[in-house]
Ligand binder design. Structure first.
Ligand code: TRP
Length: 356
């Protein structure tokens, strides 16, 4: 692999299961990047401990996420697949960056405020001091740990450690990427030019898949109503049941239209898995009604996911192979990470470690 190719990096948390939305809207598009970029695909287990979790589940989910990445088409021979905690440098760089980050900037992050609110804290917009927390009495279930606040700084470190030029992220991560760019610039100005300023990578065609139960909200792996979410590893029976009971709209025409968000979403899904255009699908379902249409969507989704599921089962039961992949990924990632970290430490004024 040539090291002159620009670097692309993206990561996923090993929490919950990946959805059809993750697959069609993100992962499947990453597979097209491997020829033109040097790709780093990370599973960020250290981010996953910022909210409540069970250690045994984290361990299993991390390996499952690696296997699923590969089942979806990421090729360990043409990219570097790694686990964040295997690499020395993510938290080290995050520390240095945190010393360039005012607390207020982190307290104002949308995702932090949402997660804090979920824990039962009311986040009050304050004066220049930033944001204050008000206990909501009985609803507060836990304290907010400082890791949750630091989350975006660790994410910035993930990206800058590899000097990534482009970062495929969903809309919900835009603000975090913006902070990463600010931190890169701030470091470059405070010390000297070191980091590439990363840009969001927007795929040319990325389907935006919505919940089957609420087609106005994105399909999410953390949705409490799992009936609206198609997981990549759902069995054919479950997929079919969820699709047949998807919310549709009044009328009976299969048409892509603003006043038909449910039907439009199913059309998007069908188009994404078959490769057919929306127009040709509309034409082929003319006069056929919702029942036949949903049946066709279910059949197509099941057929599209079947090879992914088969590959996943083979991979997850071959721990030795997964270990090989992760070792190779860690070696390549660590090499690049050490380079950046050494540079950062030198610029920050840390005395070089004496060698024997
Ligand atoms: N915060 C991202 C998410 O939840 C995951 C993430 C962590 C990430 N580090 C990253 C994404 C670096 C891209 C680049 O989706």
């Amino acid at each position: 692999m040539s090291s002159e190719k620009p670097v692309i990096l993206t990561c996923a948390q090993p929490s919950g299961q990946l959805t059809l939305g993750n697959y069609l809207g993100a992962i499947r598009n990453w597979t097209t990047l491997m020829d033109d970029y040097e790709c780093f695909f990370g599973v960020v287990d250290m981010h996953a401990i910022t909210t409540r979790y069970v250690p045994a589940d984290l361990r299993a989910n991390t390996l499952s996420c690696v296997a699923l990445y590969m089942a979806c088409g990421l090729d360990p021979h043409r990219s570097h697949i790694f686990v964040q905690s295997h690499i020395i440098g993510h938290t080290e760089l995050a520390w240095v960056l945190s010393c360039l980050t005012p607390i207020g900037e982190l307290q104002r992050m949308t995702q932090f405020k949402e997660k804090a609110a979920k824990l039962g804290f009311k986040v009050a917009e304050g004066d220049d001091e930033g944001v204050r927390f008000a206990h909501e009495g009985a609803r507060a279930q836990a304290t907010i740990n400082s890791g949750l606040l630091m989350y975006p700084v660790l994410m910035a470190a993930d990206i800058l450690l590899y000097n990534a030029k482009a970062v495929p992220v969903g809309n919900d991560q835009r603000q975090h990427l913006e902070l990463c760019r600010d931190l890169a610039q701030r470091f470059n100005q405070t010390y000297s030019d070191t980091f590439t300023i990363p840009e969001a990578y927007i795929p040319k065609s990325g389907a935006r898949i919505m919940s089957l139960q609420n087609p106005l909200a994105k399909m999410s792996k953390s949705d409490e109503n799992t009936q609206g979410t198609l997981f990549i590893l759902d069995s054919p029976d479950v997929l079919k049941k969820k699709i047949m009971s998807a919310v549709t709209d009044s009328g009976s025409e299969v048409r892509n239209a603003d006043d038909k968000p449910g039907v439009s979403n199913l059309l998007q899904i069908l188009a994404a898995v078959t490769g057919d255009s929306i127009e040709s699908l509309e034409a082929s379902f003319e006069g056929k009604g919702y029942g036949a249409f949903k049946q066709a969507v279910a059949d197509a989704v099941i057929a599209a996911l079947e090879p992914v599921q088969t590959r996943y089962q083979a991979l997850i039961s071959d721990k030795a192979y997964l270990n090989d992949v992760l070792q190779k990924g860690a070696d390549a990632a660590q090499k690049r990470a050490y380079k950046t970290l050494a540079k950062v430490y030198r610029k920050a004024g840390f005395v070089e470690r004496p060698r024997s």
